[in-house]
Design a protein around this ligand. Structure first.
Ligand code: GDP
Ligand code: IMO
Ligand code: MG
Length: 423
């Protein structure tokens, strides 16, 4: 019996979904614990590709109960579109449970997100414009509407109308796009009716399953350096993707978490603004975009790319209590003549041991590099560590040396079975 958290160690899109899909075979529940449809989680099975935003990545197994935990903000149009799409492809979503304590996203959250980004001008965050930040603001302000409220349709309708009236005023004050109150209310009444059968007390559901001896997987969205506390604030999301957030966002206390798997890409990517010490703005960076298909699943934006940064991984190991790392997309580096790794930062000539605690300092660091000869052969589909080229093995060992924890998996392709799994 074990509770495992899967968390991103960089700025997102590390390949969390692929690892979750792989681990889900031995788990009976996969639960999302934060974020919303700003996530884009890709799972590839055979010739089928699934891009999930809200549905937990374990949904493809009929032995798994997918759970949307209390820490998530739920966009109902996206959820139903996803359910319809999965079901039309033969994936049943009947087992899906949505926490009664999770908060709902409404169209005004998206309007506010867009208006605030506009107002920021040059200083914009580059959000996904999904309304995530404004929905969490309402939660913290204690004016949000929770999933469980859909069970009393009359009261729900009244509350949505009341909030819509206030929100429309707010949206027009900040120059955002307004919306039709009556149409929004009646649309959400319909959504509420459709949501009702999925609503559950997921906190007790998770505890009961754990007490029965079942394995539970807690699926992180976003990543450590997008965490509102530990990330590169203000260029972050509005939730806590770090493993502490898994306890809060699922209701399973920290003592019950047995394993924390940090997912790291063998290089680094970032969507949106903010400092990026190991960034490559030259042809090598372009090559990483092309070979790694580094375009956002949700927004289609080109991801910024750079070399692997072990200062980040060391910090992620600390703040998440990582027990191991899964290093993904190693195969993307197959054709490079040289592979570099950032193993330290220097600021004003001084070597820093720890990750800086402000974006201003992070914006001024200079990377200290370790260089490896490129292995210049295909690693695609390799499943045994010994079969990896020597230089690729060395890269794995640098990660272990710098973080002090084992690299338990190495990704060698998008497919479910393209993975080195080390005991
Ligand atoms: P997530 O948000 O962390 O779940 O990651 P995304 O799904 O947004 O992005 C990861 C992308 O890399 C997806 O298109 C995956 O199919 C793909 N991917 C995952 N692992 C590997 C790997 O080891 N090698 C390659 N080439 N692609 C991978
Ligand atoms: P997954 O789960 C990569 C980024 C946005 C922006 C910042 C804030 O697929 O790894 P938000 O809309 O959350 O307020 O945007 O966070 N961001 C992500 N980047 N992967 C994600 O999710 C992301 N979710 C949000 O680009 O910089
Ligand atoms: Mg993603």
């Amino acid at each position: 019996m074990a509770v495992t958290v899967v968390v991103g160690t960089q700025w997102g899109d590390e390949g969390k979904a692929k690892v979750i899909d792989l681990l889900a075979a031995s788990h009976s529940i996969v639960a999302r614990y934060q974020g919303g449809h700003n996530a884009g989680h890709t799972v590839v099975v055979g010739d089928q590709k699934y891009a999930l935003q809200l549905t937990p990545s374990g949904v493809l197994y009929d032995t798994v109960t997918p759970v949307i935990g209390n820490g998530v903000v739920v966009d109902l149009p996206t959820l139903f579109k996803e359910i319809d799409s999965l079901e039309s492809r033969g994936v049943s979503c009947e087992r899906l449970k949505v926490s009664s304590l999770a908060h709902l996203i409404f169209p005004w959250h998206q309007a506010i997100d867009a208006a605030l980004e506009n107002a920021r001008g040059e200083g914009k965050i580059g959000t996904t414009l999904k309304g995530i930040g404004p929905a969490y603001v309402d939660k913290v302000k204690r004016s949000g509407i929770r999933v469980g409220e859909v069970l009393d349709i009359a009261a729900f309708e009244e509350k949505v109308r009341e909030r819509a009236i206030a929100a429309r005023r707010e949206v027009s004050d900040i120059g955002g796009d307004t919306f039709d109150i009556d149409a929004t209310v009646s649309q959400f009444v319909e959504y509420a009716k459709r949501l009702a059968p999925y609503v559950a007390d997921t906190v007790n559901l998770l505890h009961d399953a754990r007490e029965r001896g079942e394995n539970i997987l807690l699926e992180g969205a976003q990543a450590t350096f997008l965490d509102v506390d530990h990330g590169t604030y203000p260029f972050v999301t509005s939730s806590n993707p770090t493993s502490g957030g898994a306890a809060v966002g699922s209701g399973l206390g920290p003592k019950h978490i047995d394993r924390v798997v940090g997912i790291a890409k063998a290089y680094t990517t970032r969507v949106g603004m903010g400092p990026f010490p190991s960034e490559l703005t030259d042809a090598l960076g372009e090559a990483l975009v092309d070979i790694g298909h580094e375009y956002g699943t949700v927004t289609g934006r080109r991801r910024r790319t750079g070399w692997l940064d072990t200062v980040m991984l060391r910090h992620a190991t600390r703040v998440n209590s990582l027990t191991e790392i899964a290093l993904t997309k190693l195969d993307v580096l197959d054709t490079f003549d040289e592979v570099k790794v950032c193993v330290g930062y220097r600021i004003n000539g001084e070597v820093m041991k720890n990750y800086p605690d402000t974006v201003e300092r992070l914006g001024h660091v200079e990377a200290i590099w370790e260089s490896l000869p490129g292995w210049k052969c295909s690693t695609e589909g390799i499943t045994s560590f010994d079969a990896l080229p020597e230089s690729a093995q060395k890269l794995v060992k640098i990660v272990e040396r710098e973080t002090g924890i084992p690299v338990s998996m190495v990704g060698t392709g998008p497919a479910r079975d393209a993975m080195v799994v080390r005991a």
